[in-house]
Design a protein around this ligand. Sequence first.
Ligand SMILES: [Zn+2]
Length: 285
Amino acid sequence: MPELPEVEAIRRQVRRVVMGGRIHKAMVRRRDVVRDRSNHRKGRLFTKDLGRGQVVDSVERRGKQLLVGFSDGGGMVVRLGMSGRITLEDGSKRNPVVAHQHLVWMVESPRPSQSPIRMSFIDPRRFGGVYLFGSVEDCRERLLTGLGPEATSIPGTRLHERLGRTRRMVKAALLDQSVLAGVGNIYADEALHSAGVHPERAGQSISLVEAEKLAVAIRSTLKRAIQAGGSTLRDHVLPDGSPGAFVGEHRVYGRGGKPCLACGKELEMLQIASRSSIFCPRCQR
Ligand SMILES: [Zn+2]
């Protein structure tokens, strides 16, 4: 499942390649992956709402969502779900047959005399989707409501205040996008281990000092993962086809039963919020 660093790595590549380019064609292979501006996934879809004729004006990220803005003020929110990805290819070459290529945009390169770009949205499991909006306000009020503060810049005091509102386990609270936007299973485990906080602790029990440590751990874990281009997990491929490189740096995620890299004790596994949590029973209190 793509997490924030993967989405940010994708955003940077998409931005570099298509920002400032004009979309001259948008093709819909599978209607129901798109929610139109009325939030419907059936019925007539206007390709101009998918950006046809518009210049790509912005490529942003909010939590784990990618936001592409068009020059007419409209745009789309891309949610990658479990298995979604964006590919960027040379549009002057024939489109190879790609399974689950639900949407395709042809974009004129913003750099003169370069080939057009073919951008595709591919999502085998279809938990993701593309959500169209008509204006920045429409996007904010309809598609981004209920998102907590950005995990990449969360101050410790703010995290302490958000966790203090809940008796749920801290791991479950960190995964809740309304508490904090952008932390998923991998980086929650990594940050809790790095901060020495047990995943089963109640959110309310986390002291300000612990919240400060946890906030530092969240920000630095995400930052390092972004720099590495995200984790190489099944399905994570950057738009140019290269894999991310963070997996070699996971200290707890995927290492249940192996020795803790800090103290040597065997890492344990728990189910929290129906996700597996790996932690060190000695380092995390
Ligand atoms: Zn340990």
